[in-house]
Ligand binder design. Structure first.
Ligand code: PLP
Length: 352
């Protein structure tokens, strides 16, 4: 028999998310309601002609564009095939068998998967009231904790904590623990993010971002992070040398440069989201205030959530059930175009 290594054998079977039949309207993956910036489309098309060549393994244009927007130094930026690639590499580089990765109750499930892939244990701090709780995280730190992972704003809760609270978390953590702050939805959260990037200077904090959500480039697979140099050097060893396709790099660099388009689509998404959330609350659903491009809709019971899912599916709309997070009474709805959200809200109103 051909046997996998024990850490792989112990992993559960890969499970595809239910994205509905081809042509269904997916509100299941937090993709943007809007197409990529016209500048990104143009740059991607122009790059096609160079498709015989390998992409830039050093992401120079992309890093320069990112550094220009975030007033970072390009040397501190690493780019990944989605921020998932960077998160996976970070965990493999800094946690192994016997180590603990500490996340939060409703933290990104992929972090748990990545920890188990590298043979580390995953521990989650409770999130009372669906919010990241700093004392609860500090309570769970042990001598085996190597990485603390916080997503802000959170997925699937949509809630956020003040960046100053994360600065306080960093100050309270031992210097030997790596803090990773996943800011996949930060563009939707208007608070000042400079104190978070400033933490990177101290050498033990990493901030990750993605082009998949606010920039509407989920299909291009581009993420990036701000890394201290010593951390970047280790993570770079684990990335595929040519990890981001030529067209994707070109699209991402152009999208970064078109901040006005991103800000406009984020504002429109926020307006659709807040109107949809207000409507659902008026119909009796519990919808936490969201600082992202999705809403978590809590129904009266698990049965009610399952009925809501079926009703939406009958209209060819695919929400994301939250059973994997233990939120059996909830569905997560990505904010799609206005007409789709109106239709979804109407269906959910009719169930009450
Ligand atoms: C979408 C998302 C990401 C980014 O994933 P990509 O690999 O960049 O597409 C990271 N973290 C969270 C919590 C997300 O929801």
């Amino acid at each position: 028999m051909i046997a996998p290594v024990p850490t792989v054998a112990a992993l559960s079977e890969y499970a595809l998310a239910d994205l509905g039949p081809p042509g269904a309207i997916s509100l299941a993956q937090n993709e943007s309601a809007f197409p990529p910036s016209p500048a990104a489309l143009k740059a991607g098309a122009a790059a096609l002609g160079s498709g015989a060549l390998y992409p830039d393994p050093d992401w120079r244009d992309l890093r320069t564009a990112i550094a220009g927007v975030h007033s970072a130094s390009p040397e501190g930026v690493l780019c990944g095939a989605g921020s998932m690639e960077l998160i996976g590499a970070l965990i493999r580089a800094f946690a192994g068998p016997g180590d603990q990765v500490l996340g939060t109750q409703y933290g990104y499930l992929f972090v748990q998967t990545a920890a188990l892939q590298s043979g580390a244990d995953y521990v989650a701090a409770p999130e009372p009231d669906l919010h990241v709780d700093i004392p609860a995280i500090l309570d769970r730190v042990t001598p085996r904790t190597r990485i603390v992972f916080v997503c802000n704003p959170g997925n699937p809760t949509g809630t956020r904590v003040a960046n100053q609270d994360l600065v306080a978390l960093r100050a309270a953590l031992p210097d030997t623990i790596l803090l990773v702050i996943d800011q996949a939805y930060a563009e939707f959260d208007p608070q000042d993010h400079t104190p978070i990037f400033a933490l990177v200077q101290d050498g033990n904090t990493v901030v990750t971002r993605t082009l998949s959500k606010a920039y509407g480039l989920a299909g291009a697979r581009v993420g990036w992070g701000a890394f201290p140099p010593q951390i970047a050097a280790q993570v770079r060893k684990l990335l595929n040398p040519n990890n981001i396709a030529l067209t994707s790099q070109a699209m991402a660099a152009a999208a970064m440069t078109d901040q006005a388009y991103m800000q406009r689509t984020v504002a429109q998404t926020g307006a659709i989201r807040d109107a949809c959330a207000a409507r659902l609350r008026a119909a009796g659903y519990d919808v936490p205030q969201s600082a992202t491009n999705f809403v978590l809709v809590r129904c009266a019971s698990a049965e009610a959530a399952s009925r809501a899912k079926s009703a939406l599916n009958s209209a060819n709309i695919i929400p994301r059930p939250m059973n994997g997070y233990g939120l059996t009474d909830a569905l997560r709805l990505t904010i799609g175009p206005q007409n789709v959200m109106d239709h979804a809200a109407q269906i959910l109103e009719n169930l009450r």
